[in-house]
Design a protein around this ligand. Structure first.
Ligand code: 3PG
Length: 220
C-alpha cells in the first residue's frame, strides 16, 4: 500500500498489513526515528500505548515524521485519555479491557475502537455496545489459538486482534483463523531497540513482520 493511496478504513488497514506494532515509548526523542523506521519497513500502522508520560507527544511527533503511518493509541482506560489521544492525532483507540464508557465515547465520535476481551461474557458486552472488532488479550496467556477458536465459535460476526505473547514464530497460527484481523505485538519496536536508537532493527523487524503476515495470509 503506497502512502498516496487513500486508506479505506482502519480495520481494513490492519487486515492489509496483518500485524500491528504495539509500542511503548519512554523518550519522545525516539519518535521520529521510530516512525520513519516503520514506514521504511513497509508497516504503515502502529499503536502507541498511553503507558508513559511522553506517549501523546510521541504520537504527535510520529505523525509529523511519517504522515503515511496510521497511528492509534493503546492502553486507553478513560474517556479523558481517549480525548487526549484523538487530539494528539490518534485515529483509533485500543484498550486492554472492555470499558463501556470508553467504547461509547469513541463510537459517539466515530473513532474506531478495539476494546480488549478474553471471555464470552466480555464479547457479549462488546456486542451489546455495538462493537464487533475486538482485541483478544492477553492472547497467549489465555490459551492462544485454541482458546480463541473456542471462545469465538459462538460469535460468527465477531473478529479479533490477538495481542499478548505474539511474535514472528507464532503469528501465522493466528492469521490462519478466518476471524483474525491482524496480530498485535511489541517485538517489532521493542523498548530495548528504542532506547538504543536502533531504528535499523525496527525497520527490519517491521519488514519481516509484514513479510511473515503476507506468507501466512496474502495481502488483501
Ligand atoms: C499490549 O499492550 O497489547 C501487550 O502488552 C503487547 O503484548 P506483547 O508485549 O506480548 O506483544
Amino acid at each position: 500500500m503506497s502512502a498516496n493511496v487513500a486508506l479505506p478504513d482502519i480495520t481494513a488497514t490492519f487486515r492489509h498489513f496483518g500485524v500491528i506494532p504495539v509500542i511503548t515509548i519512554e523518550d519522545a526523542s525516539a519518535s521520529a526515528g521510530l516512525a520513519r523506521a516503520l514506514s521504511e519497513g513497509g508497516l504503515l500502522c502502529a499503536e502507541v500505548t498511553l503507558r508513559t508520560s511522553c506517549a501523546l507527544e510521541s504520537i504527535e511527533r510520529m505523525r509529523v515524521a511519517a504522515p503515511d503511518l496510521v497511528l492509534g493509541a493503546g492502553t486507553v482506560l478513560t474517556e479523558a485519555q481517549a480525548d487526549d489521544a484523538v487530539r494528539a492525532g490518534a485515529r483509533f483507540v485500543v484498550a486492554p479491557g472492555f470499558n463501556r464508557k470508553v467504547v461509547d465515547w469513541c463510537r459517539g465520535r466515530d473513532v474506531p475502537v478495539y476494546p480488549g476481551v478474553c471471555t464470552p461474557t466480555e464479547i457479549e458486552a462488546a456486542l451489546d455496545a455495538g462493537v464487533r472488532e475486538l482485541k483478544f488479550f492477553p492472547a497467549e496467556a489465555m490459551g492462544g489459538v485454541a482458546c480463541l477458536k473456542a471462545i469465538s465459535a459462538p460469535y460468527g460476526a465477531v473478529s479479533f486482534i490477538p495481542t499478548g505473547g505474539i511474535n514472528l514464530s507464532n503469528m501465522a497460527n493466528y492469521l490462519a483463523l478466518p476471524h483474525v484481523i491482524a496480530c498485535g505485538g511489541s517485538w517489532i519496536a521493542s523498548a530495548a531497540d528504542l532506547s538504543a536508537g536502533n531504528f535499523a532493527a525496527v525497520r527490519s523487524q517491521a519488514a519481516d513482520a509484514v513479510a511473515q503476515a503476507q506468507r501466512a495470509r496474502p495481502l488483501a
